[in-house]
Ligand binder design. Structure first.
Ligand SMILES: Cc1ncc(COP(=O)(O)O)c(C=O)c1O
Length: 432
């Protein structure tokens, strides 16, 4: 295998050249949203230049637009391993799609039926289920974590599963602490009691290969702005389930779940984002260009995964040298394959917002707060103190950036780099 060629990939991302105070920015905010390669920017521009029209018209631009929209469905089916492009539904974002389809799923359930959510999840896979449960008289059960390593405690899943469980909604990976959940096993246990599964793959998608058929899930949602694409949400639903679900749609509309006029220019960017991942596979010693897009994407994600874990080990080594730093989640190096390269930490005596702001002053972007993993941050007892600082590595980060971050954090922890930090706002940002 050839070494991961990060510098060549970085040159494709115009935003990585942004300077702040005379230095290039170092962006560790990927879990909140990633940058996009030039090919995605071009695809969106090209849509406007050549194909901008509403759908189903008997003229050139509409035919082009429809072909581009179809291609985006196929691209996402390839990326997720779906059996058909018809199993892919696009919407504004993961949250909106989940609220939308929760009504359809809820319509198949009876009052007193149960939905299982997890304390580890982003609110996007909790709030919609709580809302439909409140509307329709369903019962919400919650999977807990083991606090020591912030992993799901599956004995608490087994304790709540029963014949009234109709849906298990769980994340593939935690956007706050990086834990990867054993989703295939969770799906197996849910199916054993006859429940459907709804997997939130928003945080997993930029880091891990995804195969909806291999894990056997009934639904899966993600967002392309987290994996180098535009702000578009994606829902996978197993064909026979989508076909049978009641749909909330307008009378003439042909699609049962994509309501209104789509973000067609964004969908052109979605295809380009999937093509980018396929190209990463080819460029980094993986698949030959003549292999299928799915095979190339899988090779791309494999190369990304190896590189990101190598980078994460470097970050973990660096963080371990900083006094007063607490790292949450899986810290055992032998278990790093159970995590994404997303670190959640606190520094003794310095509010997370102050740490993030001090890093921001040095051109280093990290998020602080709860990132909508609100239940988890409350469960860890960190809600009152501003949550955590989140360092999210992506495949376009470099070892030099990691070293720069560790150096800055070390100075902040020692008080030197945090001039005025303690007097800054201490309120938690509650973004993403
Ligand atoms: C794990 C996870 N789930 C869901 C969401 C919500 O995604 P969207 O912004 O597409 O609604 C996010 C966004 O940060 C997330 O990280």
């Amino acid at each position: 295998m050839t070494a991961f060629d990060v510098e060549t990939l970085r040159r494709q991302f115009p935003a990585l050249a942004i300077q702040d105070g005379g230095r290039p920015v170092a962006l560790f905010d990927g879990p909140g949203g990633t940058q996009v390669p030039q090919s995605v920017i071009d695809a969106i521009g090209d849509y406007y230049r050549t194909s901008n029209a509403n759908h189903d018209g008997p003229f050139l631009t509409s035919r082009r637009s429809d072909a581009s929209v179809h291609e985006a469905h196929q691209a996402m089916a390839d990326m997720l391993g779906a059996a058909s492009p018809d199993e892919i539904k696009f919407g504004a974002n993961m949250t909106s799609l989940t609220f939308h389809v929760s009504r359809s799923i809820g319509a198949t359930m009876e009052p007193g039926d149960e939905i299982v959510v997890s304390i580890l999840d982003h609110e996007g896979n909790v709030g919609p289920w709580k809302a439909i449960a409140a509307d329709r008289g369903f019962v919400i059960r919650t999977i807990d974590i083991r606090e020591s390593d912030v992993t799901l405690d599956l004995t608490t899943l087994d304790a709540v599963l029963n014949e009234r469980t109709k849906l298990v909604a769980v994340g593939w990976a935690s956007n706050a602490v990086g834990t990867i959940n054993p989703v295939a096993e969770i799906v197996r246990r849910a199916h054993a009691v006859g429940a459907w599964t709804y997997i939130d793959a928003v945080h997993a998608a930029p880091h891990l290969p995804i195969d909806v058929q291999a894990i056997g899930t009934d639904f899966l949602a993600c967002s392309t702005y987290k994996f180098f694409g535009p702000h578009v949400g994606v829902l996978y639903g197993r064909g026979e389930i989508l076909d049978a679900l009641p749909a909330y749609k307008l009378r003439p509309a042909s699609d049962r779940f994509e309501t209104g006029t789509g973000n067609f220019e964004g969908l052109a960017g979605v295809t380009a984002a999937v093509e980018y991942l396929a190209d990463v596979g080819v460029a980094n010693g993986g698949a030959r260009p003549d292999r299928s897009r799915r095979e190339r994407v899988l090779d791309g994600m494999g190369a990304i995964r190896n590189y990101e874990l190598e980078l994460y080990r470097r970050l973990a080594d660096g963080l371990a040298t900083i006094p007063g730093l607490t790292l949450y989640g899986i810290t055992d190096r032998a278990r790093f394959d159970e995590r994404t390269p997303t670190a959640a930490l606190t520094l003794d005596g310095i509010a997370p917002r102050a740490v993030a702001a001090a890093l921001g002053d040095e051109g280093i972007a990290v998020w602080d707060g709860d990132f909508y993993a609100t239940g988890l941050i409350e469960r860890l007892g960190l809600a009152e103190s501003g949550g955590v600082v989140r360092i999210g590595l992506t495949h376009y980060n470099t070892a030099a950036e990691v070293d720069r971050l560790v150096d800055a954090l070390g100075r902040i922890a020692a008080g030197a780099g945090a001039a005025g930090a303690s007097s800054r706002a201490t309120a938690a940002a509650s973004a993403h």
